[in-house]
Design a protein around this ligand. Sequence first.
Ligand code: FCB
Length: 474
Amino acid sequence: MTVEALPSPVRTGFPTGFVWGAATAAYQIEGAAGEDGRTPSIWDTFSRVPGAVRNGDTGDIAADHYHRYRDDVALMAELGLGAYRFSLSWPRIQPGGRGPANPAGLDFYDRLVDELLAHGITPVATLYHWDLPQELESAGGWPVRDTAYRFAEYAQLAASRLGDRIPTWTTLNEPWCSAFLGYGSGVHAPGRTDPADALAAHHHLLLAHGLGTAALRAELPAAAQVSLTLNLAAVRPLSTDPGDLDAARRVDGLANRIFLDPVFHGRYPADVLADTAAVTDWSFVHDGDLAEISRPIDSLGINYYTPTVVAADDPGAPAPRQDGHQGERSPWPADAGIRFLPAEGNRTAMGWPVDADGLYELLTRLRDDLPGTPLLVTENGAAYEDYSDPSGAVHDPERVAYLHGHLSAVRRAIADGAPVNGYFLWSLLDNFEWAYGYSKRFGIVHVDFASQRRTPKDSARWYAEVVRTGELPD
Ligand code: FCB
C-alpha cells in the first residue's frame, strides 16, 4: 500500500502552528493608575461618575498586574500558552496624549515583553483598548479629527521602543464599542449620548487605524504583522419576512459592513449612508480618508460572545432591546423600527445566550467575503458566578462547556476552509469588566481582589490540556 492510499486521519485536532493564547486589557488588569507618570484616561474619569460603574468600582488597583506581571507570566507559562494578547496603556506611554514618550511607562511594557519572551510566549499587543487620555477627550475626543493624528503619534512612540520584540500589533480593539457605547448609548467612557457624535467617532477611529497602521509600518521590522480587532455581529433575522430581513440588513450594516467595507474595500456602504442620513451628513469623511483607512493589514481579529437576533418592529409586541448591551439609550444610530431579541440557549452571567454556531457563521462568512485574509479569534469566553469552594478550588463546568462548544465551532470553520490561525481566550484573569466593575468574572484564573490571590479555575486546567494536545477532549 502506498502512502497516498492510506486513509486520511480523522481530523480531531487543530492545524500545526495554530496559536493558543489568552487575552487581557490594560485598564482591566494593571491598576497602578497613578504610578510612574501615568495620567488619567477616560475610564479613570468615567468610573468616578456616580452610577456609571457598578458598585462604584474603578481600575485603580484592578488585578494589580502592573506589580505582579512576573507571577502572571509564570502562570501563563504553567498553562502552556503560546501567545499573550494584552493592551498598552496610552496615558502610561504618552501621558496626556501629546508630546514625548514617558520612558517609565514604556519600561513597564519592556519588562513585560522580555518576561514573556523569556518564557517562550509570543507578545501580541493592542494599542487601543479604550483608554483614551482624558486630555484628548477634553479636547473633543473621538468625534474630533485631531484625535486620529494623536493616535498615530502614540503608535509611533510605542513601536519605536517595543517593535523589535513584538511581532504582532493590533491598532484598535472593538472600535464599535468605543464609538457606539462611548458616544451613543453612553454606557462606556466617556459616557456621551449623541448618535451623530458616535458616527463621527466611528470614522475617526477608522482613520486612526489607517494612520496608525502607516506609523507602525514605518517603525516596525518588515516581518511584523499589523491587525485590527472587531466585534463583528453574527446577525440573524427572526424570520424570512421582508421586514425582519431588512432589519438584519440594517444591523449588518451598522455592526459589520460599516467596518469591513472601508477597511477592506475603501468605501462606506451606500445603504448605511442612506440609513443614517437623518443623523449625519457624513461630512467628517474627507478626501483621501478611505485610502488611508484601507491600507493593507496582515490579519483580522474577531471577538465573539453571542449572536444578534433582530426583527422588524411590532407595535403589538413591544420588547425591550436585548442586544447584550445595557443602558436605556440604544447604541445603534438610526435603529427606529428594529427589535433586538435574545437568541435561544442558556445564558452566561452577562445574560448573553450561549450559541457557538454564531462564531462558525462569522468565520465562514469572512472566509467568503475576505478571501485570503488570515483570521484570529482575539476574544471568546464567558462570565459565570464563580466562587472558590472551602478547599480553595474553583469549579466552572459551564465555562468549560462554553469553551468546548466554541472551540469546536472554530475547528469546524477551519475544516470548512476558514483561515483561522489562532484563538485567544477572554480572559486570563478575572478583571474590571467595564460598567459591570468586578461583578462579572471572565477569567480562567480566579482573582480574589482583596488579597490578589490567583487560583486557576478548572477551565484553566482544561484549556492547558487543549493547548498541550492541540485537540478537544470528547
Ligand atoms: C469585549 C471587550 C473586553 C471584555 C469582553 C467581555 O467587548 O473587548 O475588554 O470586556 O468584551
